[in-house]
Design a protein around this ligand. Sequence first.
Ligand SMILES: Nc1ncnc2c1ncn2[C@@H]1O[C@H](COP(=O)(O)OP(=O)(O)O)[C@@H](O)[C@H]1O
Ligand code: SF4
Ligand SMILES: [Mg+2]
Length: 375
Amino acid sequence: MEDMEIKEEQTFETEDTTETSTLPYREGEDYLLEVNHLKVYFEVLGGHVKAVDDVSFAMKPGETLGLVGESGCGKTTTAFAINRLLPSNGNIIGGYIKYKGKIIGEKDPEVTGLFKDRKKRNIYREREAMMAPIRWKEISMIFQSAMNAFNPVHKIGNQIVEAILAHEDVTQEEALERAKKLFKVVGLPPGRVVGYPHEFSGGMRQRAMIAMALACNPSLLIADEPTTALDVIMQDRILAEIKRLQKKLGIAMIIITHDVSVVAETADRMLVMYAGKMMEYGDIGELFHRPAHPYTIGLLGSFPSIKGEKKKLKSIPGSPPDLVNPPSGCRFHPRCKFAKPKCMEEEPALIEVAENHWAACHFAREIYSGELKEE
Ligand SMILES: Nc1ncnc2c1ncn2[C@@H]1O[C@H](COP(=O)(O)OP(=O)(O)O)[C@@H](O)[C@H]1O
Ligand code: SF4
Ligand SMILES: [Mg+2]
């Protein structure tokens, strides 16, 4: 009977059978963070949502990466995989994540049947124990919704104090002093540390979230759409604040957004995702001035020019695909203005069109050289 149970569970294992593409960074260098051919799938009724499907990038200390793409393309899932915060139906099914040279994420046993299987349960426990000292202390996160990030029944200051005490050998008073200082740093009155989350406005909560993310002096900050919920003026102010603090403290940052204008001034590099796949990756100047991927061209077309000229905002026609059964070949082909028959059949490889500039399109070289243009 026990044997049968195990067999049944094994049929749920998702095999990573697809070929992996080229790695867009040199292995063996000293990186702060390395994401290597990462694949994260969600188990759902009727199959798997292929939310992150072969994503690779590497960051050095202090660098800023802009992770951009339309809603649902896998940005938050990538961030959650890095911080080991995936929901119970989400699993890393291929690739790995290294932080300061040490693996912090790799293929997990799938959740199905997990609690019947002691071995799988132990693997989860071990990995969770390894990640606990890293989360917040080394890699912290500003969540998409600060509303959900705080526990509504505890004072915000106490939650920041708890985070500090969990990682550092300081007294309660010292931690509270630090929380107050952080409030000041992010532009909140220090006296408000005794407030509850519901007593804060959206903008204040977002600032408190930034204070919490900075509380343990992390080396890497992941800011997941940190300002989307706010009005435009507040967005600019908070972004400027994050950027100022990040530079001052020398923190590396992944800034996640669906809005390319946010990364234009903030990031050193940009990674463009579409439907779980990486489309283009490289130095920000290259990608903004000479995009080699039709999807990036579309995204930039829906963004007023950096030079300040007024441009009519366009959106890319069509809607994002179903990630349980994604389109064949290039996942972008149903919406791509450059698509040819080959695009429906063959998945494009990541091509290095210039130094530190990669694009996953069959025609990336022709687009980059200007031989192929949008009609
Ligand atoms: N817990 C979940 N179960 C099933 N599918 C999910 C889950 N969380 C996210 N997804 C799906 O994974 C894909 C990527 O989501 P997400 O990473 O949140 O995208 P983004 O942050 O780019 O908007 C989407 O298709 C989303 O619907
Ligand atoms: S591979 Fe084809 S469909 Fe995909 S982006 Fe390039 S031209 Fe468009
Ligand atoms: Mg998201």
